[in-house]
Design a protein around this ligand. Structure first.
Ligand code: PEP
Length: 259
């Protein structure tokens, strides 16, 4: 089995705190059509949590686009003002994102909390998407792989192969998120290879089975180059996922990667 054929490409759109409900419904419809045109890959959207129920109802169970949560609380219920548990999100979602750099940096979320969030997603049988990545300063000082390895270690050490192989990892260099400056395809591929080498060292895990996405200023124009490496299995897309035409170009590039 080659690296490339063992994993289905995945493109996830992270809408962050954008869209009013009406815009969200229109964009969800458009994204569902884009996904339906590319059955060779998987496509998901992570709308604001407040819109999940409406979008889920609107798209119906047979939709080609899957839904995800941008964040999840570790606890199943309790006095956690403003949080949403995995149990609450599970009926509407397939993916649960943990460790996005905006949560890490703007909300002070630490690796240990990110680990607990992965547990929450597994607890309800959903797919955790673990975001990792270094800052520009960390890359400039030659510490990019060390930082990513530390994030992986806290989140994943001691996990079973069954857990890790159902995980999606998104390599998102912080300096590339929302800046218009994507990592070079070579840098993205190199870090994905480093992540797989790290997973291999973890023990029973088959890193060939773990999907690794790249995220950070992915556009329709640069997607094909980024997806050209067999190490990269798709993208976590922010800004470009809010523009249906742009997102369609990224999905089409990932479709080309699947063939
Ligand atoms: C993100 O928020 O995960 C992201 C990658 O954003 P953008 O595509 O806008 O850089």
């Amino acid at each position: 089995m080659t690296l490339r054929s063992s994993r289905i490409p995945l493109v996830l759109g992270n809408w962050k705190m954008h869209t009013a409900l009406e815009d969200a419904c229109t964009l969800a419809d458009a994204t569902a059509s884009i996904a339906a045109a590319h059955p060779e890959i998987e496509v998901g959207i992570l709308p604001p949590a407040l819109w999940l129920v409406s979008i889920h109802k609107r798209l119906g169970g047979a939709s080609a686009v899957m839904l995800g949560a941008q964040d999840v609380a570790p606890q199943p219920s309790g006095a956690f003002t403003g949080d949403l548990s995995a149990e609450m999100l599970a009926p509407y979602t397939r993916f649960m994102l943990a460790g996005h750099s905006e949560r890490r940096h703007l909300h002070g979320e630490r690796d240990e909390l990110v680990r607990d969030k992965l547990d929450a997603a597994w607890r309800v049988d959903r797919v955790p998407v673990l975001a990792v990545g270094e800052t520009g300063e960390q890359r400039a000082s030659g510490r990019a792989t060390e930082v990513v390895a530390r994030q992986l270690e806290v989140a994943l050490s001691g996990r079973s192969a069954a857990e890790v192989e159902t995980l999606v990892i998104a390599y998102e260099p912080v300096w590339a998120i929302g800046t218009g400056i994507a990592a070079t395809p070579q840098d993205a591929a190199e870090m994905a290879a480093v992540i797989r080498a790290w997973l291999r060292a973890l023990g029973p895990v088959a890193p060939e089975r773990v999907r690794i996405l790249y995220g950070g200023s992915v556009t329709a124009a640069n997607a094909a180059d980024i997806f050209a490496s067999p190490e990269i299995d798709g993208a976590l897309v922010g800004g470009a996922s809010l523009k249906a035409e742009e997102f369609a170009g990224i999905v089409a590039a990932a479709g080309g990667r699947a063939t």
